[in-house]
Design a protein around this ligand. Structure first.
Ligand code: ATP
Ligand code: MG
Length: 197
């Protein structure tokens, strides 16, 4: 392609982008859903949170996970002045399959999350692995939708989990699907600190 043609193409691309940018004028928090079977949901959520903290924004994490509780990101962020980090997975029990205990733990985690959704001091909330609560019937989705709708205007929320409840998808601003194409685990590589947790 000639230099002139390249320049023309870039100029028209810039005009299209500038028009799109001029249209996006609204300033408000967003609801981001990170779903899918691939690796990268929680790490993306915490990466975005790190970005917010870099700008001096106050953030909070509620981890609904049953998995590993002490992760590298937890160790890095737990004492940060701008971050409140709550690991709420203690009550969940894959092993004993105690459903009433799981429901109690989920409701405790949600009660905390709900107070944060009413608190304008938080610029960003991360509800990590929250989607499983709906999948297993530990939480109703309707009160969560209502609380998300009523949250402070500038507050952003990121929810992660392999599958997402439809009502959350209906109201989300941004949805990314992290697709599993290959994972080292299936090649026989052991989960390692700094990569998996
Ligand atoms: P990460 O925390 O690395 O961003 P994730 O949040 O997308 O991963 P989860 O579904 O929460 O993934 O699973 C958490 C753990 O399982 C992580 O240690 C991750 O590396 C691992 N994992 C994620 N996807 C896969 C997969 N497709 N196969 C095997 N292990 C996976
Ligand atoms: Mg995760």
């Amino acid at each position: 392609m000639s230099d002139q043609k390249h320049q023309q193409r870039m100029a028209s691309r810039k005009a299209v982008m500038d028009a799109k940018i001029a249209k996006a004028t609204e300033e408000r928090g967003v609801l981001i859903l990170l779903k899918g079977n691939g690796k990268g949901k929680s790490s993306s959520a915490f990466g975005t949170m790190a970005r917010s903290v870099g700008h001096g924004k106050r953030c909070a994490v509620v981890q609904f996970s049953k998995g590993r509780l002490v992760t590298g990101e937890y160790k890095l962020f737990k004492d940060h002045a701008l971050i409140d980090w709550h690991v709420m997975g203690h009550g969940f029990t894959w092993e004993t399959q105690d459903k009433s205990q799981d429901i109690a733990a989920a409701q405790k985690a949600w009660a905390l999350a709900e107070t944060m959704l009413q608190d304008a001091q938080y610029d960003m909330l991360v509800f990590d692995e929250m989607s499983y609560m709906f999948k297993y019937g530990y939480l109703e989705v309707e009160p969560v939708v209502a609380a998300l709708k009523a949250r402070p205007k500038m507050q952003s929320v990121i929810i992660t989990g392999r599958t997402m409840a439809t009502p959350l998808q209906d109201m989300a601003d941004t949805i990314s699907v992290i697709q599993d194409e290959r994972h080292a685990f299936r090649l026989g590589v052991k989960a390692q600190a700094g990569i998996e947790y």
